[in-house]
Design a protein around this ligand. Structure first.
Ligand SMILES: [Zn+2]
Length: 161
């Protein structure tokens, strides 16, 4: 998944396939299980002199519920763009990136050997909820006990009374 990023984008290249979740090290921490995969698409876009990579990710993930620690189904659907900046070129200011202010996107330095996997992984991480929870669930009994036993929980109770 290594591309010559500027060349790829300028010829409006397209690349698609399947990402195995188990190969994404930063994602394994937040997933309940790392079996399965996501569909991805990377395509090149240009607008005037500006060059972009459009990223698309789609697929089911199983996150860990922060309350009951069980599996939580999450349908991932990401559409995003990153702007490629030629090495040595001035870095665009935030409001300008993407050409339109309401369509701001991140900028990365263009590379002849750009590995798209970490880029896609970053987009997945950005799209995940910070504290995923089921709408209705109970904390496991063990967690309640440890919370009750903690001095902070006691303190919180005293303050409340
Ligand atoms: Zn839960």
């Amino acid at each position: 998944m290594v591309i010559d990023s500027l060349e790829f984008a300028r010829r409006h290249g397209a690349l698609s396939g399947r990402l195995q979740l188990g190969t994404l090290p930063r994602l394994t921490d937040v997933l309940f299980d790392v079996s399965g995969s996501l569909d991805y698409e990377v395509s090149g876009e240009t607008a005037g002199d500006e060059v972009f990579l459009a990223l698309k990710l789609e697929g089911p993930l199983r996150l860990t519920c922060q309350r009951c620690l069980g599996a939580l189904e999450f349908a991932l659907s990401v559409r995003s763009r990153v702007m490629l900046v030629e090495p040595g070129s001035p870095w665009p200011d935030d409001s300008h990136v993407g050409g339109l202010e309401d369509e701001a996107c991140d900028a990365i330095e263009a590379s002849r050997e750009l590995d798209t996997t970490p880029l896609l992984e970053e987009e997945i991480l950005l799209a995940l909820p910070i504290a995923p929870r089921h709408e209705h669930c109970e904390p496991p009994a063990a967690a309640i006990v440890s919370k009750e036993a903690s001095p902070f929980a006691k303190l919180a109770r005293l303050k409340r009374n």
